[in-house]
Design a protein around this ligand. Structure first.
Ligand SMILES: Nc1ncnc2c1ncn2[C@@H]1O[C@H](COP(=O)(O)OP(=O)(O)OP(=O)(O)O)[C@@H](O)[C@H]1O
Ligand SMILES: [Mg+2]
Length: 231
């Protein structure tokens, strides 16, 4: 059996620092394998974004351990975590998070540059793949919400990362556009065997996933089916 891409062991996050306040993560553990498409459900405040920030190495746990491809993020140190993010991780946000002063092309090219793969053709191909051919020179404010999210997807997939974290990728889109984005994102991940974790409120996401998890008060549990999500 394939080694897990992510292994999370007894993960705690307490923003209080001094031990005050309820922890956002309360000793949760999970393993995620290569190529899994995971929908992570959970109410607002349950700890989904906290988990993503820790997996991305943008923040550090209070206690516990995260391994990505067998590498302990704590052992990597700050520089190692930055390299990991640039080379191996795609991050898609609810509000797209494109750089407003860069064009669609430049937003993607920058991500390639940071991964030491400054090849313009790759950026152009990625934009074409998400259906944005001809809009390369547009700035984010000249694109619709769905188009901006396509740029964000292109930016994530262009590096061929081993892992993509998508935090509410359709949260800011209407249902039809949201479905198109989910279709596109999950199809690309299937094709390249990229592991994808999507944090979500919406049951729509369920049918695009190969595995369903639920976060309740800082602990992840396994769900058996989409039907269960409707209850
Ligand atoms: N930087 C922070 N400082 C202090 N508390 C925080 C911080 N970030 C999150 N929290 C708290 O941690 C808990 C989990 O928040 P988190 O953002 O992970 O939830 P979420 O599941 O992503 O919610 P949503 O669905 O609304 O995005 C919440 O109680 C929140 O108030
Ligand atoms: Mg969140």
């Amino acid at each position: 059996m394939a080694d897990p891409v992510i292994r999370i062991m007894d993960l705690w996050k307490n923003y209080g620092g001094d031990g005050s306040g309820a922890p956002a993560l309360r000793g949760t553990s999970i393993e995620i394998k290569k190529g899994e498409i995971v929908a992570l459900f959970g109410k607002s405040g349950s700890g989904k974004s906290t988990l993503f920030n820790l997996i991305a190495g943008l923040d550090r746990p209070t206690k516990g351990r995260i391994e990505v491809e067998g590498q302990d993020l704590e052992v990597l140190g700050d520089r190692g975590r930055t390299t990991f993010r640039r080379m191996k991780l795609g991050f898609i946000f609810q509000f797209f998070n494109l750089l407003p002063t860069l064009t669609a092309f430049e937003n993607i090219f920058l991500s390639l540059e940071l991964a030491n793969r400054a090849e313009p053709d790759l950026a152009l191909k990625a934009l074409k793949e998400v259906g944005l051919e001809g809009k390369e020179e547009r700035f984010p404010n000249e694109l619709s919400g769905g188009e901006q999210q396509r740029v964000a997807i292109a930016r994530a997939i262009v590096k061929r990362p081993s892992l993509i974290l998508a935090d509410e990728p359709t949260g800011n889109l209407d249902t039809v556009t949201g479905n198109q984005i989910l279709e596109l994102l999950t199809q690309r991940c299937h094709e390249s065997e990229t592991t994808l974790i999507m944090a979500t409120h919406t049951p729509l996401t369920c049918r695009y996933a190969t595995r369903i998890l639920r976060m309740v008060d800082g602990i992840i549990t396994e769900e058996t089916s989409c039907e269960e999500m409707a209850r």
